[in-house]
Design a protein around this ligand. Sequence first.
Ligand SMILES: [Zn+2]
Length: 71
Amino acid sequence: MEIECMCLECGISLYLQTSSLVLGSFIEGDKRLVDNTFCSQCGGPLLAVGKAGEQRNYIVSSDHLTGLNSS
Ligand SMILES: [Zn+2]
């Protein structure tokens, strides 16, 4: 099984095998930091956000927000 992990520094998503991960402390309620793996792009800490394939809307487009503020 794979889970989706989001980098806390640069915000990219990585899909990692759960068997190779060590999960650490809980933050933001039900999400957990990954203790033994770091971002392949920037080396930042990773947050386990859910199973691979789940559509989570945690990435917010700045273009979309601009449209909402037009009123
Ligand atoms: Zn990163």
